[in-house]
Design a protein around this ligand. Sequence first.
Ligand SMILES: NC(=O)c1ccc[n+]([C@@H]2O[C@H](COP(=O)([O-])OP(=O)(O)OC[C@H]3O[C@@H](n4cnc5c(N)ncnc54)[C@H](O)[C@@H]3O)[C@@H](O)[C@H]2O)c1
Ligand SMILES: Cc1ncc(C=O)c(C(=O)O)c1O
Length: 313
Amino acid sequence: MSIPAVVTVVGSGTMGPGIAAVFARAGAQVRVYDVVAEALTRAEQAVAMCEGVLDNLGSNKVDGGSVSYTTDIAEALRGTEFVLEAVPEREDLKKSVLAQIEAEVSDETIIASNTSGIPITKLGEALNAPARFIGMHWSNPPHLIPMIEVVPGEQTSDAVRDRLIEIVNAFGYEAVLEREVPGFVENRVLYAIMRECLALVDEGVISERDLDTAVRWGIGYKLAVVGPMRLLDMAGLDIYTSVAGYLNRDLSNTDGVPAFISDRVASGKLGFKSGGGIFEYGEGDVAALRGEIVRQLTAVRKAMPAPLSDNPV
Ligand SMILES: NC(=O)c1ccc[n+]([C@@H]2O[C@H](COP(=O)([O-])OP(=O)(O)OC[C@H]3O[C@@H](n4cnc5c(N)ncnc54)[C@H](O)[C@@H]3O)[C@@H](O)[C@H]2O)c1
Ligand SMILES: Cc1ncc(C=O)c(C(=O)O)c1O
């Protein structure tokens, strides 16, 4: 299974560098483009770190891969075969950038978006040739989470869909093909969980730290091995029927963003990126936490059956 020889990543913030590292690891010449020069400087450091993580993971490495960095979009897109858009999650911005990309590439170039859940058909309205456009939703951190959601829009061609699945598998990643819905699958599940977690903390049922402990060592640990559908069989569909019969109507069904979050955002408390959010972080805490998270994710990944392997669970 081959990957494109030349790949361009547009947007080098949280996600771009790890994505670039995975493509380069698979042998592609990757060009990383951003409108902010400092973002590219940070990206170069992040890619080097990701490469070290992939070495530690023992991830397969194909010779010939490389990563370069530029604020010149024409240079970034010249001769490219595959573009991954990873700019901020704003429909207007993404449409503008996608149109900018399409104007610079050949008719054969595949354009993919790392959008967290904006419908691909909607973003594809910005393109003259939406048949070449598809959703490619990586999960953070992209160099460690070996599952990518493949989300065709209504106009995406079957050939582009099949080619993307081939590329994802060539990384040694699981490609999950989905019919397009807002938020796709991973974020619909994640945001349902987050909604309930935030409600429980906001209502004083449990503290932030104890909530994390309960989820990490309860469903988080279990779901790393047993998927939700298999877990239903393991627990018993009769048990689910009894519990859901009284519990589903009692779960949080708030829409919009809870004040627990919006108040913090309004006061500039964004989390790791601002030194404080749900928790507060002192000097060096975020870097230490990032390193520990990567160390533990790597250890868990090594303990699990490899992606694409014949896992009986
Ligand atoms: N952060 C996550 O956990 C995560 C996970 C999966 C998917 N995503 C999605 O990936 C996309 C990127 O997310 P992120 O967290 O990396 O965002 P980010 O804000 O960390 O990075 C975005 C980058 O895009 C750059 N940018 C802004 N305008 C640009 C333009 N016109 N052209 C080129 N670059 C431009 C910014 O300078 C920045 O470096 C979003 O759609 C997001 O929803 C994010
Ligand atoms: C909170 C949150 N929102 C979106 C995404 C991905 O699109 C992630 C993730 O990938 O981890 C996330 O944590």
